[in-house]
Design a protein around this ligand. Structure first.
Ligand code: TRP
Ligand code: SF4
Length: 329
């Protein structure tokens, strides 16, 4: 029996190269080795984006289509949408009864986000309860492992604590899911900072070749290389960093040496990078196009199938939980 792995993704934007080299590659590996549950965390998107929610359903559809185009298979993984499962909300509510406020207030991710997203009003019940909802996501399918990046470790620790507390109060039922710590490579955006939608520096997986050329042409380079004749420092250049993901090793090596000796100009270097990114994204974009052409509502179809697949399991877990908590006999 394969172990059960679960991961969720918040539909707050389009996927970019950072996701491609990080989460997407990771999900592709997971689906080969685990019984996978991949879901769209649209309630979680609301915890931070409740003031501007109009795009959540579009992002959801876009995200699921991207997953499919990237090779995530609805046969190998169960793909569903959080808000299609009222059982998750019920479990979160029940977990809320046994989760001490201190656990939530002390959560470092919570404190950090409050600081970082200052512009939004996040002093809400929903935002404080983010990890409780996440615990419900994870435990509603009795997941064994949760692949996470470093930033999600505190959330997973809370899930384990909630499971432990439940088990000690009502008898052993929930697993204590383990973190499968994934090292996501740092992909720089066009300005050299980490690629992120919120920095407006991302190259999206669905960007057209023209857009990619324009974005790459405008990228920051080695700040010390002011004139064409100046020798460059490729290891300090975001363009070169991307070459390492999109250019063959030998060619990247040449670019590196040529840059150091001022034998290649930044314009030419960027032009090469742009073409390589376009080429790398081509199969993904073609598959995406073909998928949509065949079935424009593919995302909805996949989400509905996934829903049917998880439903019996989540119903069973809720019944068991309610019984243990004295609500049902
Ligand atoms: N908090 C996760 C993130 O921001 C998204 C998420 C919600 C999640 N529920 C989850 C991840 C359950 C793993 C398991 O990326
Ligand atoms: Fe960066 Fe390329 Fe210019 Fe060197 S030649 S500084 S690697 S853009």
């Amino acid at each position: 029996m394969k172990k059960r792995a679960l991961t969720g993704y918040r539909p707050t934007g389009y996927l970019h190269l950072g996701h491609y080299h990080g989460v997407l590659k990771n999900m592709l590996q997971l689906q080969e080795n685990y019984d996978c549950y991949f879901f769209v965390a649209d309630w979680h998107a609301l915890t931070t984006d409740y003031e501007d929610p109009v795009k959540i359903s579009d992002y959801t559809r876009h995200l699921v289509t991207d997953w499919l185009a990237a090779g995530i298979s609805p046969e190998k993984a169960t793909i569903y949408r959080q808000s299609d499962l009222p059982e998750v909300a019920v479990l979160a509510l029940l977990f809320g009864m046994i989760t001490p406020l201190g656990w939530l207030e002390r959560n470092p991710t919570y404190k950090e986000q409050l600081r970082e997203l200052k512009k939004r009003h996040l002093q809400t019940y929903g935002f404080l309860g983010y990890p409780v909802l996440q615990a419900a996501d994870i435990l509603i399918v009795l997941a064994d492992v949760v692949p996470v990046g470093e930033d999600q470790v505190p959330h997973l620790e809370l899930t384990r604590e909630i499971a432990r507390r439940f088990n000690s109060l009502y008898g052993n039922y929930f697993p204590e899911p383990e973190a499968l710590l994934s090292e996501f490579p740092r992909i720089p955006g066009t300005d050299g900072r980490k690629m992120s939608k919120s920095y407006d520096n991302a190259i999206y997986l669905t960007d057209s070749p023209e857009t990619i050329r324009t974005k790459v042409a405008g990228m920051f380079t080695d700040p010390r290389r002011i004139y064409r004749k100046d020798p460059g420092h490729p290891e300090e250049c975001p363009v070169f960093a991307l070459h390492q993901f999109h250019t063959e090793k030998a060619e990247a090596e040449n670019i590196k040496e040529d840059c150091k000796k001022a034998l290649i100009g930044c314009k030419e270097c960027k032009a090469k990078l742009a073409e390589n990114i376009i080429e790398d994204l081509c199969p993904f974009q073609e598959r995406r196009r073909a998928i949509i052409e065949k079935a424009p509502d593919i995302a909805e179809v996949v989400l509905n199938e996934g829903l049917k697949k998880v439903k019996p399991l989540v119903e069973k877990v809720i019944t068991e939980t309610e019984t243990r908590m004295g609500l049902k006999k």
